[in-house]
Ligand binder design. Structure first.
Ligand SMILES: NC(=O)c1ccc[n+]([C@@H]2O[C@H](COP(=O)([O-])OP(=O)(O)OC[C@H]3O[C@@H](n4cnc5c(N)ncnc54)[C@H](O)[C@@H]3O)[C@@H](O)[C@H]2O)c1
Length: 463
């Protein structure tokens, strides 16, 4: 499975070259990635299809990237289309507004790239058309709500030779890249990873409405495949338009199982249901367990997505090994690195700048809880002397990584896309890799319906 290129320093190199390297070297490529202004000197002409919530997030991120010129925006809903147009005009762009993407593609021949942030069921049609019109495409996740739709996107990218990046933005986040290359793999601070859990627990949300007199006519809704305004606004919870919570929220984090473990699962078992919301079709809570065969042994991963409670710490991914555990999240406040008491000392890693001591990183973690201390003290017997290590309370504290992201979370992924168009980088989430994620994610809904464990064959992940 392709990994983004990482600077190659093994654990042995790291330990033997020791202090000579200095703190900066190990984290440097990741810090550079985080700090890069992005954007080469070559100006790119870009259009956005879908000016809703995520379209605006992409616009705002692009506005911080030099040499990106918006030539057009497209949305079937004038209310959102106007928003996109006005936002861009405010920042000196002069985009032509379109209702129909076909007109946009036909009327803007000098476009380099199209960003797509429409509902999932339109991704395949919009992407294939843009690629065939000779444009590079950045399309939001989940790549498609069907495996066949996702496969057609990869095929179109191959046929046309145009780039296809899918919006799994964690893959360009320097913190995630560092965690994968230095902590989980590379220096293997967690030892043998045996399990992983991830979750997105979200409180009840109201169905989306729309301002009075801004509704689309029935004729327009039907022309573009929508039943009514309720479905148009709340498309993610309907089977015709999307894959439900596992695709909406789970896609981000299940992608990170594949990314961090460097392989694909062999099976999934899942349970879920539409138990709370009466106005939705899709499941509102889902639990899934995957089995990943890795070179070090089987890793069993568990994923849960709940939409009726934010209890349990929001959204994060845990990778757990016999020497430590890493809790990752797009929100750095939730990121923590734990050392098992039985693990070799991490002091060498601290002195090399690979990790930071508890309390010294971004969003300094809370102190060790009083009830954790006795356990930590017991666990803190030094390997060498058998004496109690006075630093033992650190064992249950959160260590940190020396890499931060000081820009919007989608910006590095867009920069990676634009720099790949310019030939200065390679895509972090190309169609083939995102296809495998779509297969991994969509199988969960099948497993819930089948009420049994389903197997993956290696060929399932090939587009
Ligand atoms: N990467 C992320 O972090 C992230 C976060 C949220 C959403 N997303 C993804 O972004 C996409 C959009 O989600 P959203 O929350 O912005 O939804 P949204 O409903 O707010 O926006 C969708 C927009 O697409 C427009 N649209 C619908 N059909 C269209 C068509 N045929 N042609 C042109 N425009 C059309 C709608 O009018 C609306 O403005 C989804 O694929 C979603 O999964 C990604």
């Amino acid at each position: 499975m392709p990994h983004a290129p990482a600077p190659a320093i093994s654990r042995r190199d790291f330990l033997s070259t020791g202090a000579k390297l200095g703190t900066a070297l190990l984290a440097a490529p990741y810090l550079m990635r985080a700090a890069s202004a992005g954007g080469g000197s070559d100006s790119l002409n870009v259009a956005l299809i879908g000016c809703g919530e995520q379209g605006r997030v992409l616009l705002n991120a692009c506005l911080k990237i030099p040499n990106i010129r918006f030539r057009a925006v497209c949305d079937i809903w004038p209310y959102n289309r106007r928003y996109g147009e006005r936002l861009l005009k405010k920042f000196g762009h002069d985009p032509v507004p379109y209702e129909d993407y076909r007109e946009l593609l036909a009327s803007t021949p000098d476009l380099d790239a199209v960003l797509i942030a429409t509902p999932d069921f339109m991704h395949s049609e919009h992407t294939v058309a843009a690629l065939r019109a000779g444009k590079h495409v950045y399309c939001e996740k989940l790549m498609s709500n069907t495996v066949s739709g996702a496969r057609a996107m990869v095929a179109a990218s191959r046929e046309t030779g145009k780039l296809l990046q899918i919006g799994h933005q964690r893959r360009s986040n320097p913190r995630y890249l560092y965690a994968r290359d230095r902590i989980v793999n590379g220096d293997r601070l967690l030892g043998r990873v045996t399990n992983s859990t991830a979750q997105w627990n979200r409180a009840v949300t109201e169905d989306l409405g729309f301002p009075a007199n801004q509704g689309l006519s029935e004729a327009v809704l039907h022309k573009y495949g929508y039943g009514d305004m309720h479905e148009f606004r709340n498309w993610r919870w309907f089977k015709k338009y999307a894959g439900g919570v596992i695709s909406d929220l789970g896609a981000h984090q299940i992608d990170i199982f594949n990314f961090m473990l460097g392989t694909y699962p062999t099976s999934v078992i899942a349970a879920g249901g539409r138990d709370y919301y009466t106005t939705h079709e899709w499941y509102d809570n889902v639990f899934a367990i995957y089995e990943f065969p890795t070179p070090s042994g089987l890793v069993r991963t568990q994923y849960q997505v709940l939409t009726t409670t934010s209890a349990g710490g929001g959204y994060h991914e845990y990778f757990m090994g016999d020497q430590g555990a890493l809790k990752m999240s797009e929100n750095p406040k939730y990121t923590k690195l734990y050392r098992e008491a039985r693990a070799p000392d991490w002091d060498a890693y601290v002195s090399q700048g690979l990790i930071l001591r508890p309390g010294s990183g971004e969003g300094a973690p809370p102190p060790v809880k009083p009830w954790e201390k006795p356990h930590a003290r017991l666990a803190g017997l030094s390997h060498a002397s058998g004496a109690v290590d006075v630093r033992e309370s650190a064992e249950l504290s959160a260590w940190d990584m020396p890499v931060t992201l000081d820009k919007a979370i989608h910006q590095p992924h867009l920069e990676n896309f634009f720099d790949s168009i310019r030939g200065k980088d390679t895509l972090h989430s190309p169609g083939e890799v995102a296809f495998a994620t779509a297969v991994t994610v969509l199988k969960v809904n099948e497993a819930v319906a089948a009420r049994k464990m389903l197997a993956f064959a290696p060929d399932d992940f090939k587009a």
